[in-house]
Design a protein around this ligand. Structure first.
Ligand code: 5GP
Ligand code: ZN
Length: 108
């Protein structure tokens, strides 16, 4: 089982800030901004490249949750960055789909 599947199954520790049936959100262990959250589907999907039509609602949920969390974390007004890294060439190191939510101060 991959690292993010283990976190989603509570078999690996993480600083979880939100969870529902489909998604889990936790703090990035090596934050690149004051707020750096990872929005992760519990279903194992390797990357954006592996998305299928049946994942449409899931990806939509990830983006709407990012919007809500940005507001909760008080970074919505100033602005923030949402990033999907795809494959090694895109900087993806963990092969389980995740959306980075970064903001608050400088983004490294
Ligand atoms: P990627 O480079 O794949 O887009 O992003 C993976 C992110 O996961 C990185 O920002 C990295 O700091 C974070 N990360 C890697 N291992 C762990 C871990 O064990 N726990 C947490 N919370 N984040 C991790
Ligand atoms: Zn996984």
């Amino acid at each position: 089982m991959c690292l993010f599947c283990q976190i989603a199954n509570h078999q690996q520790k993480a600083d979880i800030v939100y969870e529902n049936k489909e998604l889990i959100v936790f703090k990035d262990i090596n934050p690149k901004a004051l707020v750096h959250l990872l929005i992760v589907p519990k279903k194992h999907i390797k990357s954006i490249n592996q998305l299928t039509k049946e994942d449409k609602d899931l990806v939509s949920q990830m983006i709407f949750l990012a919007k809500d969390l940005a507001k909760k974390q008080s970074i919505a007004e100033k602005g923030y960055r949402l990033t999907f890294n795809v494959g090694r060439g895109g900087g993806q190191l963990i092969d389980h789909l995740h959306l980075h939510l970064m903001g608050g101060g400088e983004i490294k």
